[in-house]
Design a protein around this ligand. Structure first.
Ligand code: URP
Ligand code: ZN
Ligand code: ZN
Length: 448
């Protein structure tokens, strides 16, 4: 039996000093006859429900290479930073069934994960069989889906997107990567043909309107089909305007952004030599006005969840694949380890969000959206005993040399942060302390 005492428990609806009890992997009510109790003194700390990262890509093949983080290293990094559940993707290959895609991912992840894990189903081949299998996929515990409007190997047509939306309308959210693929392809071709091959042309090929027009299309399709749509990794002020208009007209779209869009800007693509490649992700980093607008949306409540889109590649040997052609730089950044500290520093310490809202953005909202609440995202009797003991007084500097994630750099090298997970409790056991994992590979699959 575990007793967490002297901490302030934070939930979206309020905070209070209370004792928290756990037994058998679950939160329990205060026992009348506690036995075999180990106590954790959380004096000076905040006690959060375990954080959830609803958007990661671990052990994933993209084009010519595979992500640097496997399930083993990626989930360990997540846990070290305070994340107790990740939702990754089972991505259907062309010609593959949804069941086969899921089974392949379950096999890869099983026994390797240091935090709990689940999957969204990314649909890349819409056909009669896929359509018939949507409901079966939900019966297998996958109640959320994903579609891409860009990336030739992954995207589905606007017509197929609508059919997918319609089929999923009473099952759960469909996440959409909103970028107009044809525009991106045309821009890349034009830039390369005029010798513009360096990383600084990556954002030029994917300007703000490539995202915001895709968001508009996606919201229209969602409205017409009655789908529950989740706009993943939203990055621009213009897209936020589309969201606001749609919400005024009754849209219930779920909006996700990521720490990179809240803390980094597109000037990084102008760094010396090939350094800008470290920041190549899609959508790309944006300008200061976008960062400002996203922070405003975090404050106003227009952003519902902050995930990471963790999709990591080493600079040496992987990002370098695009040395002579920015379109060949593997897209994606590492981020799952540092998300809580980045949001605490740039959100709470900057006065943009409260600790309670942080609990909503990083835990309760994704738990509710993805059918895990109150097992996850809450500290109620019966909830999984996933708890973050957060030390708000900690000050430190992010550096690749000290990280758990398996990359040779971090986009936040030298970034000063406040706050960190002093202890991370998974299923009632302390599994990480002071940024290091002490008990590995205890993660369970979460059927949703
Ligand atoms: O650049 C990114 N975001 N890579 C990961 C795949 C995706 O688009 O979500
Ligand atoms: Zn994406
Ligand atoms: Zn992604």
């Amino acid at each position: 039996m575990l007793l967490i005492k002297n901490g302030t428990v934070i939930t979206p609806s309020g905070s209070c000093s209370r004792r928290l009890w756990a037994d058998g992997g679950k939160i329990i009510p205060e026992p009348s006859n506690p036995v075999n109790v180990s106590e954790y003194d959380a004096s000076g700390c905040l006690v959060f429900p375990g954080f959830i990262d609803a958007h990661t890509h671990f052990e994933t093949r993209t084009g010519e290479t595979e992500t640097a983080d496997s399930f083993k290293t990626g989930t360990a990094a997540a846990l070290a930073g305070g994340t107790t559940t990740v939702l990754d993707f089972a991505t259907q290959e062309k010609g593959e069934t949804l069941r086969a895609a899921l089974e392949a991912r379950l096999e890869k992840a099983c026994g390797s994960c240091s935090c709990d894990y689940g999957f969204h189903m990314a649909v890349t081949d819409w056909n009669a069989k896929t359509k018939a299998d949507i409901r079966k996929t939900a019966d297998m515990g996958i109640s959320s889906f994903k579609a891409y409007m860009a990336y030739d190997a992954l995207r589905i047509s606007p017509v197929d997107l609508r059919e997918l939306f319609y089929e999923c309308r009473d099952i759960g959210y469909v996440g959409v990567h909103c970028e107009l693929g044809d525009e991106v392809n045309a821009n890349i071709k034009k830039l390369l043909s005029t010798g513009k091959t360096g990383p600084r042309y990556h954002p030029v090929s994917r300007p703000n309107e490539v995202e915001s027009l895709a968001v508009r299309e996606c919201l229209i399709a969602a409205r017409e089909t009655g789908a529950k749509v989740w706009i993943v990794h939203l990055s621009t002020a213009e897209s936020l305007e589309e969201i606001k208009k749609a919400r005024e007209a009754g849209s219930k779209a779920l909006v996700e952004t990521c720490p990179q869009y809240l803390t980094l800007t597109d000037e990084l693509y102008d760094l010396q030599g090939f350094e800008g490649a470290k920041y190549v992700c899609s959508p790309p980093l944006r300008g200061k006005k976008d960062v400002f607008a996203l922070k405003g949306a975090l404050q106003s409540g227009d952003v519902d969840i902050v995930s990471t889109d963790h999709c990591s590649f080493n600079f040496r040997g992987q990002k370098e694949l695009g040395k002579n052609d920015f379109s060949k730089i593997p897209n994606g950044l590492p981020g799952t380890e540092h998300r809580p500290a980045l949001i605490w520093t740039c959100g709470v310490c900057a006065g943009i969000v409260t600790a309670e809202r942080t609990a909503a953005l990083l835990s309760e909202n994704p738990a509710r959206a993805f059918n895990m609440y109150p097992r996850k995202g809450a500290l109620l009797p019966g909830s999984d005993a996933d708890v973050v003991i957060w030390d708000p007084g900690y000050e430190g500097v992010i550096t690749a040399g000290k990280q758990t994630q398996n990359t040779d750099y971090t986009p936040w090298e030298g970034f000063r942060v406040k706050g960190r997970a002093k202890a991370v409790i998974l299923g009632g056991e302390i599994c990480a302390e002071d940024g290091s994992v002490i008990k590995k590979e205890r993660g369970k699959y979460i059927s949703r």
